[in-house]
Structure formats: structure tokens, C-alpha cells
Ligand binder design. Sequence first.
Ligand SMILES: [Zn+2]
Length: 111
Amino acid sequence: MRKRRGAKICPYCGEPMNGSKKGRKSPTKDHINPRALGGGPTIIVCFECNNAKGNMPLDEWLDFLMENRPTRIPHVMREFRAIAHRLHVPKEGRLREVLRAAQQIEKELSP
Ligand SMILES: [Zn+2]
């Protein structure tokens, strides 16, 4: 897999992240399940999205994306699935539950 440094797209907003450590498009580590709610796997997203997500539970954040950026859902799901696969997320777990719900939404959205 080839990845160009500094050209990664933020899965939440679809905009390119810059390589610097500062600014609204700088890459940051987002805890998919907020740290305040126990933490969880991380994903690299832009500062702006990370900030907007804050301590929102994942299902609330997915609701937000559904309403405001529905076209991002397939990309977000692809990232989440890759993470779940990499981490061997157990079949019955909070993240798996949320992923399943999001997949359902994704299916409903697709033509
Ligand atoms: Zn973003």
C-alpha cells in the first residue's frame, strides 16, 4: 500500500490534512470511542473534525455525519472496518454494535 506523506484525507470531512502540527487541518489522533467514555481505537483525523467530535459518543457522531455529510459515511465505514479487522474486535462489543448500526445506515443510503 502506497501512501504519500502529508496527503492523507481526513475520513470525517474528506479534506486533505496538512503535514504541520498546527492549524485546523493538522492531523490528530481521534479516539473513536471518546476517552471520556473509556477510550478505544484511534483514527487519524483533522484537528477541526476531532474538535467538533469532542466527547460525543460514536453513535451520536455518526448521526451528525449522516445529517451533515452523508457522502462521508462510506469512507468512515471503510476506515472503521479496517480498524475493527486489524484489532480483531470481538463479535459482541460496543464498537462492533455501532459498526453494525452504521453499516445498516450505509446500506439504506446506497442506491
Ligand atoms: Zn476533517
